[in-house]
Write a protein that binds this ligand. Sequence first.
Ligand SMILES: NC(=O)c1ccc[n+]([C@@H]2O[C@H](COP(=O)([O-])OP(=O)(O)OC[C@H]3O[C@@H](n4cnc5c(N)ncnc54)[C@H](OP(=O)(O)O)[C@@H]3O)[C@@H](O)[C@H]2O)c1
Length: 304
Amino acid sequence: MSIVITGASGSFGRGVADLLLEKISPPELILVTRNPASLAEFARRGAQVRFGDFDQPETLAQAFRGGEKMLLISTLAVGPRRQRQHRTAIEAATSAGFRHIVYTSSVGIHPKSPSLAVRDHYFTEELLRHAGPAFTFLRDSQYAEVIVTVMAPMALRTGKWIMSARDGSMAFVSKKDCVASATAVLASSGHEGAVYEITGPELYTFRQAAAIAAELGGRPIEYVEVTDDEKLAMWDAAGVPRTYDEGLKNDDGTGIWGSEEMISYERAIREGYFSICSRHVDLLTGRPARSLRDVFSANLEALN
Ligand SMILES: NC(=O)c1ccc[n+]([C@@H]2O[C@H](COP(=O)([O-])OP(=O)(O)OC[C@H]3O[C@@H](n4cnc5c(N)ncnc54)[C@H](OP(=O)(O)O)[C@@H]3O)[C@@H](O)[C@H]2O)c1
């Protein structure tokens, strides 16, 4: 069974590739990326590494040749470009004869969600439902690592955790559990047509997350509620672009998201679209999902 991972050079793709190499014969793993040189280590371990770019449809027939099962890792350019990229990938996978496409979606998929990111995932899920190959949706919740290594350190630095999400809640999930769940789906059978809500074990408000960060970081954090417009003005003042631009980085090396997308995400949290907590990580991986406190404990150095 040949398995293709698209967008394989990112941390999600590398994580899944690493785990899959322990479970399948290396030549059966095909890693598709815009930057094959960055995956030389996986080529040395026996995986096939191929060039493929969703913005260049003509590259995909060769990139996808011989694949049966695909992990379609969603791209990051939220909006019409991402929808176009996903459509191109799905059409190419269907033409290449894939039997099964596993897609990294988002928790809280709903046609009325105000989240711009969810809009793309909803669009892609609908395409996949009608494309032909079997589908599996992995609806990942907000990564707990983003809370712990990006948001909490910023709040500890400034003394404020500023949100328009009010008391909306999410079951933050460790990216490691998302990667392990994706690997389990790719390496076993029986997931055709399944929709998994990949979440942590408990719902938290951001106020509660801020309280844990203050406790573990040893400094006070004030949780400040603002409106969407106030939050947008804050991002504008900080020089954050309104829309996503590939390659832009924060001082700490993490990617920059577009502010309009972030505001829409907070609104969806506030309105309850993301308040979903499941046990699907346990179901897929055979062990309990990491809690937010587990992820804090594993990254305490980020709070210094
Ligand atoms: N749940 C959350 O909190 C959360 C947060 C952030 C992201 N996400 C999602 O999580 C997944 C992986 O995230 P990550 O951290 O691993 O991000 P990442 O490292 O940036 O991976 C995203 C991948 O998108 C691929 N990509 C970008 N443009 C592409 C194009 N034109 N054609 C083909 N592939 C393209 C890149 O692949 P190559 O460079 O190898 O071609 C890249 O590896 C994505 O689905 C993302 O949407 C979720």
